[in-house]
Design a binder for this molecule. Structure first.
Ligand code: HEC
Ligand code: HEC
Length: 251
């Protein structure tokens, strides 16, 4: 015989179960809509955008914040870019581009990840696999540092700036990746060297280290560790970080 208390308990369980199932169905519907949506339209759908940002925020804290920082501010010591500044190493910072980076990574050894160029180590006898790139002497590197400092009005030696400029556009081969105006090339992940945003730091010593030692930052591929909805959601969240304030001049 079932006691009154047990009966109430059963009723309670059924109601609670119903509520939970309802929530589950609601969540499953949002998840499905997020995956089916054209990434370009998500921000225009407040219901979907709110869901993606909330879900993506939790994913960011779990999977990205250890490198990119809890607020996406990055870290110069590790060459981790600030995701808030509207300055993009790769592409234009669209949701589908961020999603692609999250899925396949950068220099992640996944065949679909970004890996078109790395910064040669000009102090080494063989700066890169590209045989056309030759080492630079410490004096040449010092001239290049002056040239780059000069872009931001910080040079201290005008003659060195001129020598550095010639090297940049000539024997150094820098123009080939960074562009002849040093404005960078977001189709290969070569950063702009003419603005105030420095991935690895803009002090003379840090610039010199970038040129001498080379740089090849890695963002991992998450396709095997994150659910597809989490990947899309974190891309939406990351996109939102770069749109929070109005200052997108890139410095
Ligand atoms: C192990 C450290 C690490 C983790 C974890 C990591 N990243 Fe990165 N991420 C980097 C580094 C380093 C770069 C810069 C790569 C380069 O120099 O080309 C980068 C670059 C990026 C970029 C390109 C930014 C630009 O300016 O174009 C995006 C977008 C990005 N990461 C998103 C993410 C997301 C989303 C996650 C979490 C799902 C994540 N990353 C996790 C280290 C990390
Ligand atoms: C083969 C392409 C290539 C060439 C040639 C090249 N770079 Fe780079 N450089 C890169 C890439 C790619 C990065 C970013 C690496 C990363 O994201 O980890 C970079 C990064 C840098 C940085 C760090 C920028 C920052 O924001 O912190 C400096 C400084 C730099 N390059 C200067 C030069 C100079 C000077 C030359 C010529 C002597 C040169 N590069 C030649 C591809 C190149």
């Amino acid at each position: 015989m079932i006691g009154r208390r047990a009966l109430w308990c059963m009723v309670g369980c059924v109601v609670l179960g119903g509520v939970m199932l309802g929530r589950h169905a609601h969540e499953a519907g949002l998840r499905r809509d997020l995956l089916r949506a054209d990434p370009a339209t998500i921000m225009g759908d407040p219901r979907l955008a709110a869901y993606a940002r909330q879900r993506g925020g939790a994913v960011f804290a779990r999977a990205c914040a250890s490198c990119h920082g809890p607020g996406g501010q990055g870290n110069i010591a590790g060459g981790v870019p600030d995701l808030r500044d509207g300055e993009h190493l790769y592409g234009e910072g669209r949701i589908d581009e961020i999603e692609q980076i999250t899925r396949y990574g950068i220099r992640s050894h996944h065949s679909l990840g970004w890996n078109l160029a790395s910064m040669p180590a000009y102090a080494s006898p063989h700066p890169s696999a590209d045989k056309g790139i030759h080492p630079l002497t410490p004096a040449q590197t010092a001239d290049l540092v002056q040239f780059l400092l000069g872009m931001g009005g910080r040079a201290t030696d005008g003659a060195a700036v001129e020598r550095g400029k010639a090297l940049f556009a000539g024997a150094g081969g820098c123009y080939d990746c960074h562009g002849s105006d040093a404005g960078g090339d977001s189709s290969i992940g070569a950063p702009s060297l003419s603005d105030a945003v420095w991935l690895y730091g803009g002090s003379p010593a840090r610039i010199r280290a970038s040129i001498e030692q080379g740089r090849a930052g890695v963002s991992p591929a998450f396709l095997h560790t994150l659910d597809p909805a989490d990947i899309r959601a974190v891309a939406v969240f990351t996109f939102g970080l770069s749109r929070q304030d109005g200052s997108h001049d890139g410095g």
